[in-house]
Design a protein around this ligand. Structure first.
Ligand code: DOR
Ligand code: ZN
Length: 335
């Protein structure tokens, strides 16, 4: 059995920089037509010059692959209309991190208060620049996303024309919020559709499945599956593929991030096939995102085949999800 995807999109991707960029960027560029590129480098991407220079390094890193890096800026309260007008042609969104909530987010926002952020968010709304949010509070790790939902709702109400993407949602509360506010959208990762906290820490600790937000309860995964498998019009695939070197994962202080870029499409096909929903995969991995972001990707056909494939143990020094395991689908060809 085969399935052809037209211009699959990864709407949340970490490509890093330098040697790591050169290792991972070609893997995404091979099977995806475009991706939203996260700006949490060290230092974060906060200027137009940094955005264009980073885009140049990505394009250099992917060689001849047809792939559109959709750049983002790292949110700063100081971004004003004049700056945003200048930046708009170079970006597809601005990513807001609460300070210190995850990898390289120290320069994020210390309190997310709609009044304090009013100048920047009003300008973004007027200029139609989407706001992408890592939505977690500083509370108990399992409750962080649930506690952040009122913040999403407050922003959605105060800025009704601003498109707000709840990134990598992991809870049934976030899924419910999609229904209550027209301008809330969400990305969903592959790993959060597959695992719960049990797979991370229920047996021997699995560092390669440790990420932020942490995987939650079975009922949360069910809620995510229901909107992803039905290709709910407000959800998009965003892998949050976040590579870290093996030593940083297999370490007494394990870095957060799951590396899924090279296996994402085959494993999505396997998941949708298992649930009898293959017909909805195109909408989940491309069509919804094109509509939500008002974006037309380059043409790319990815043929997936239902055929066993053993996932490599490593790509460079990065260990992927399902390393060394057999998965039921593979990439047959890309044109
Ligand atoms: O697990 C994560 N890793 N979550 C994030 O939000 C950031 C990412 C990274 O950059 O490593
Ligand atoms: Zn991320």
């Amino acid at each position: 059995m085969q399935l052809t995807l037209n211009s699959p999109l990864d709407m949340h991707l970490h490509l890093r920089d330098g040697e790591m960029l050169r290792t991972v960027a070609p893997l995404s560029a091979h099977s995806f037509a475009a991706a939203i590129i996260m700006p949490n480098l060290v230092p974060p991407v906060t200027t137009v010059e940094a955005v264009t220079a980073y885009k140049g390094r990505i394009l250099e890193g992917i060689g001849n692959e047809k792939f559109d890096p959709l750049m983002t800026l790292f949110f700063q309260e100081s971004y004003d209309v004049a700056f945003l007008e200048k930046a708009k042609p170079y970006i597809h969104g601005i990513k807001l991190y609460p300070a210190g909530i995850t990898t390289n987010s120290e320069g994020g926002v210390s309190t997310i208060d709609s009044a304090a952020l009013n100048m920047t968010l009003t300008a973004m709304s007027d200029l139609e620049i989407p706001l992408l949010i890592h939505g977690e509070s500083n509370g108990f790790v399992m409750d962080r996303e649930k506690e952040f939902v009122p913040v999403y709702e407050d922003l959605a109400q105060k800025f009704p024309d601003l498109k707000i993407v709840m990134e990598h949602i992991t809870t049934k509360e976030s899924v419910a919020a999609l229904e209550h506010h027209e301008n809330l959208y969400a990305t969903i990762t592959l790993h959060h559709l597959l695992i719960t906290l049990d797979e991370v820490a229920g047996g021997m600790l699995q560092p390669h499945l440790f990420c932020k937000p942490i995987a939650k309860r079975p009922e949360d995964r069910e809620a995510l599956l229901s909107v992803a498998l039905s290709a709910h019009p407000k959800v998009m695939f965003g892998s949050d593929s976040a590579p870290h070197p093996q030593y940083a994962k297999e370490n007494c202080g394990c870095a957060a991030g799951v590396f899924t870029a090279p296996i994402a499409l085959p494993v999505l096909a396997q998941l949708f096939d298992t649930h009898g929903k293959l017909d909805n995969l195109q909408t989940f991995v491309s069509d919804n995102a094109q509509r939500i972001y008002n974006y037309t990707p380059p043409q790319k056909s990815v043929v997936l085949e239902k055929k066993a494939f053993t996932v490599p143990e490593k790509y460079g020094n990065v260990v992927p999800m399902y390393a060394g395991e057999e998965i039921g689908w593979c990439i047959q060809s890309v044109s």
